[in-house]
Design a protein around this ligand. Structure first.
Ligand SMILES: [Zn+2]
Length: 383
């Protein structure tokens, strides 16, 4: 039996009463049909409504021909009058996203003639795909125009044009659709074949924000947000910027320049400290001239610096240069270098005795050990 679609008659209807016309038990739950419903079934990229029917939770809503099927977690008696209540937060979010997408897609279609070839309302952002290239600057200009459509608070209209009338309408998504075709119009901005539930006035969309635009197949994939989602996202971004502004003592609209300056300073400091480290390592290495095997400890060197220091010492010591850096608590990273010998056996023995991990080539071994400095010293003294 055909279900009366209350969601099309009043997009703000949150509660309704209807008569149960069918209830079939399946493996998933109970498939309930009603004579009328405000529950939107999934379609056109828009997620279905959730909520309650009587005491049962509505877990999914689907369309089957002219009927809307409500998947419920409990049975409902056929013939019974039942109250339906939809999860309004979820529905309004879907309407804000979908209507905002129509406005931007309409503007892109008007400007470039591109088609929306993919639409998905994700958990975080909407993804919309277009079949042609759009630059970031062009997109920002259209985003501005899209928001003007929101501020103008235009009515979002829909109708089912007669077949001969439909042929003359230049609407988006023009493909072979079974008649009747539902046409959704934002006057001056968009005309599109769509089965979704939209806001009644564009002002309800609140805000339209584009987050990114990347190359995708022959066109682009745009990430965007509307309404409360956009507000929440921009608030979170604002909070991040507020923290960065405080850390850098930069004005809120100058954090980018401050971060760039800090990054350049950091790079310069890295080069400077690498130069100083090299000098320092050479000084240490020279103190081990012709000393044979060397065991040397440091506290805070990176694994790469441990390697560099071991390399430097090996140039002078004429034996195995073993450098450890770390602490008894955290363990040590280690590098052993021997210019004219093989340290693989030594490395293997060390892995066993000192709870180590690592390996290398004949002349070099790199890894880490979980042992104390005393244990390391004993291992080298007794080998
Ligand atoms: Zn649509």
């Amino acid at each position: 039996m055909k279900t009366q679609k209350l969601y099309y008659e009043d997009c703000h209807l949150r509660e309704f009463s209807a008569t149960v016309t069918g209830c079939v038990q399946t493996q998933e739950g109970y498939l309930v049909t009603l004579d009328a419903t405000a529950f939107y079934p999934e379609g056109g990229g828009q997620a279905c409504d959730l909520g309650k029917l009587g005491n049962a939770n509505v877990l999914d809503v689907r369309e089957d021909g002219e009927e809307v099927l409500h998947l419920c977690d409990g049975p409902l008696e056929v013939g019974q009058q039942v109250c339906g209540c939809i999860d309004w937060g979820r529905r309004f979010d879907q309407m804000q996203q979908h209507s905002g997408e129509h406005i931007l897609s309409g503007l892109i279609h008007k400007t470039f003639g591109y088609h929306n070839v993919g639409f998905h309302v994700g958990k975080e952002a909407m993804e919309v795909d277009f079949d042609g290239p759009i630059s970031w600057e062009e997109l920002c200009r259209l985003e501005q125009l899209a928001n003007e459509a929101v501020w103008r608070n235009l009515p979002v209209q829909w109708n089912y044009p007669a077949p001969e009338e439909l042929e003359k309408i230049p609407y988006r998504s023009k493909k072979e659709l079974p008649w009747p075709v539902r046409i959704v119009t934002v006057p001056g901005y968009d005309t599109c074949a769509c089965c979704g539930v939209h806001v009644a006035q564009t002002g309800e969309i609140g805000i339209i924000k584009v987050l990114s635009c990347v190359k995708f197949h022959q066109g682009v994939r745009i990430e965007m947000l509307c309404g409360k989602r956009a507000f929440d996202y921009l608030s979170a971004v604002y909070e991040q910027n507020r923290q960065v502004s405080q850390l850098f003592s930069a004005k809120r609209l100058e954090t980018g320049a401050a971060a760039k300056q800090m990054s350049e300073q950091l790079t310069a400091e890295k080069y400077r400290s690498a130069g100083l480290e090299k000098q320092l390592f050479r000084g240490i290495a020279e103190s081990y001239v012709n000393q044979g095997d060397v065991l040397h400890f440091e506290q805070t060197l990176s694994a790469a610096a441990v390697r560099e220091l071991a390399d430097a010492i090996a140039e002078f010591c004429d034996g195995v240069a073993a450098v450890f850096s770390g602490s008894d608590e955290s363990g040590y990273s280690v590098c052993m270098i021997c210019k004219n010998g093989d340290v693989r056996e030594l490395g293997k023995a060390m892995n066993e005795k000192l709870n180590g991990r690592g390996g290398g080539k004949p002349g070099s071994f790199q890894g880490s050990v979980k042992a104390t400095r005393k244990q390391i010293e004993e291992f080298f003294n007794n080998r």
